[in-house]
Write a protein that binds this ligand. Sequence first.
Ligand code: MTE
Length: 313
Amino acid sequence: MPVYRPPRIPARDITPEHLFFNRRSFLATAAGGMLAAAGTPALAEALKAAESRYTVDEKLTPEKDVTSYNNFYEFGLGKGDPAANSEKFKPTPWTVKVDGLVGKPKEFGLEELLAMPLEDRVYRMRCVEAWSMVIPWVGFPLSALLDKVEPLGDAKYVAFETIVRPEEMPGQSGYFQSLPWPYLEGLRLDEARHPLTILSVGVYGKTLPNQNGAPIRLVVPWKYGFKGIKSIVRITLTDKQPPSTWNISAPQEYGFYANVNPEVDHPRWSQASENRIGEGGFFGANRRPTLPFNGYGEEVASLYAGMDLRANY
Ligand code: MTE
C-alpha cells in the first residue's frame, strides 16, 4: 500500500534545523549586546524579554518523543496509537472554514494557510495528565487569520472543530466510543488574539506528522494540552462560550479555561509538578514544579484580572 507523504513546508518559510535552535538567543544576545554597549541596558533587557516570549531556555524534547508519545483519541487511546494508526489519514487536500460572526467568512485552502508568514515558536507544553514537553513548532499567529475574516463587534469567543473521518480515524468508529465526535474546543476572543496563540503547521522544521494534528492544529502554551485541538476543519466566531469536548465529557475534571495552575489539583491527581518527557520516570526526583500559566504568566495573567482562577479552572 502506498504510504502518503505530506508535502514539506517550503524551505523559505522556516529556519533550517541546524540554525533554528540558537537563532533567537543569538539574535537577542547580539542585538542586546550592541544596545548595552551603546549605553542602553534597559532597552537591551526589554529586547531580550521580547525575544524570550517565543522561545524557552530549556532543553528541547527529542523529536522522536514529540512524534511518538501523543494524545489523539481519533486514532486510539494509547500514547503510541496515534503514530501507529494514522498512516491512512490524508491531510491533503484540506480546507478550514472560518465563519460565524465575521464580516468576511471564508474557506481557506491549505496552500493559503501554508503561505501565511510562518514563524518558529519553542513552547512548553503541559498536558493535564502531568507530563510536559518543550516543542519547536512552526506556525502563525491565529490573530493573523482572524484579521482576514474581520470579526464583528459582538464576537466574543472562537470555536474550533476537528475533522470527522471514521474511515481514516479508527477511534471514531467501532463499538467503543471514547469521546463524542467531532472533538471541539474554544477560546475567548482575547485569548485567541493573544500573540502567543498560534495555529501550527509544522514541528521540528517539518510538516506536522499526522499524529501531531496534521495539517493544522492549535497551540495555546499557557493552557493544558487538551486545548490544542488537532486537524482543524472549522473555526467559528460566536457570542456564546462554545462547548469543548473534555469539558462536556467530564465537567468536574476539565474546565473551559484550563489554564495551567499548580494550585488547582485535578480531582484525581496533583497538578503541582510534572514529568518532563525524556527526563526520567513519572515519580520521584525527576519531577519539576509546574509553573502558573505554564511559565507565561507575565504575558497572559492580565487576561484574567478579576477572575477567580481557582474556580475558573
Ligand atoms: N485534538 C483532537 N482532535 N483529539 C484529541 O484527542 N488530544 C489533546 C490535544 N488535541 C486531542 C487533540 C490532548 S489531551 C493533548 S495533551 C494534545 O492534543 C497532545 O498533543 P501532542 O500529541 O501533539 O503532544
